[in-house]
Design a protein around this ligand. Structure first.
Ligand code: ZN
Length: 369
């Protein structure tokens, strides 16, 4: 954004080195000179289409879970019946079946091992071996494994042939039923995860958030309070006058700050307005700006990969917060650039955190936002 264009398109991507309280040149005055005017209608409108779409998807996701749950119940019944049929075999047949199953497991284990060995062994041994002797050793080992495989395969086939048709069919039925049950359980887990993700989207849109981040964690871990101050005037009457592009979360100096999403830390450094600050580029593509820290957490560096909930710093009053109440200035930028009001998502995450603490019976007397 150049100063020659004082009213750029609000949708214009954020400048590569700019945005928020974080000037590209810490000494430059009037950093916000080119900030577009605040348009509450655009920033605070309810995303009706997105909400309707997410609700429709919620119904489908719930249906998928029901279907998957029924499939698991059916597969469990089939597996139990197949196991019962094997249990009803007489003693000799069951013994033969157990011997065949053991031979099969040995063969399959050796086959998996050989597969791994041959891929890295035969193809790469000549490349990684520095001398002929080592290559010799590798070759002998490969043929020994192959010989053992052949032996195990023969044993497996012989054991299988010793079974009569009834026994073999019942054994196969158990294997098939177990495989189907495994698949049904996996599908149920996938369906459950999909349902949780859609539920999060619906919840976020319902409270007026314009962004949805799966598993978003509240950034301040301790007593705090915050209101919706997005768009409020800041630094009035100074060259840095602007409208507020984030949410200020008030908390005591030293309150721990955590990553809100899995991602990578960027710009772990100080700037004039933001003070000790950093950016977290989340895996969803959203970028989070944390400003006015007292300090970084130990080990926090530029480029550090973090998981949501990881400790990254402490609440403070650095930058232009000096002399005022300590707080975290928190911003969310879209992957394509441009700030969004973080308040609805923060509020949702905060309520969830309180509910989780309530459930644990460990709730501190935190001030509600
Ligand atoms: Zn702020």
């Amino acid at each position: 954004m150049s100063n020659a264009d004082p009213l750029p398109d609000p949708d214009e991507p954020a400048p590569p080195d700019g945005g928020g309280d974080e000037p590209s040149d810490p000494e430059r005055s009037g950093y916000y000179a080119s900030q577009p005017p605040f348009d509450p209608e655009a920033y605070n409108r309810v995303l009706g289409d997105e909400l309707a779409g997410a609700r429709a998807e919620l119904a489908r996701a719930a249906g998928r879970v029901d279907h998957a749950r029924q499939a698991v119940a059916t597969a469990e019944q089939v597996a139990a019946a197949a196991e019962q049929a094997v249990a009803e075999l007489d003693g000799d047949r069951r013994q033969a079946l157990e011997a065949a199953a053991a031979a099969r497991r040995s063969f399959e284990g050796a086959a998996a091992e050989a597969y791994v060995w041959r891929r890295v062994g035969v193809e790469q041994a000549p490349l990684v071996s520095v001398d002929a002797a080592r290559y010799e050793v590798a070759s002998v080992y490969v043929s020994a494994v192959a010989e053992r495989d052949r032996h195990l395969a023969r044993r497996h086939l012989a054991a299988d042939r010793s079974l009569d048709d009834t026994t073999r069919h019942r054994a196969e039925a158990v294997r098939t039923a177990e495989r189907d049950l495994r698949r049904a359980v996996e599908e149920l887990a996938d369906a459950d995860a999909a349902l949780v993700a859609v539920e999060e989207r619906v919840a976020a849109y319902e409270v007026g958030s314009h962004v949805v981040v799966a598993g978003f964690v509240f950034p301040v871990q301790g007593e705090c309070s915050f209101i919706d101050s997005f768009g409020a005037p800041r630094n009035v009457g100074t060259p840095d006058e602007h409208w507020h592009e984030g949410t200020d979360i008030m908390a005591a100096i030293g309150t721990p700050l955590v990553a809100v999403e899995d991602g990578v830390l960027e710009r772990v450094r100080s700037n004039r307005l933001g003070g000790i600050s950093l950016r977290l580029r989340g895996d969803s593509g959203h970028v989070y700006y944390y400003a006015h820290l007292a300090a970084y957490a130990e080990g926090v560096t530029e480029g550090l990969r973090v998981e949501r909930g990881d400790h990254i710093g402490y609440v403070g009053d650095t930058g232009d917060a000096l002399g005022g109440p300590p707080h975290l200035h928190f911003e969310i930028r879209r992957p394509e650039g441009g700030v969004v009001n973080p308040y609805p998502l923060l509020r949702l995450a905060w309520e969830r955190q309180l509910a989780a603490l309530d459930a644990l019976g460990e709730r501190a007397d935190g001030v509600r936002p």
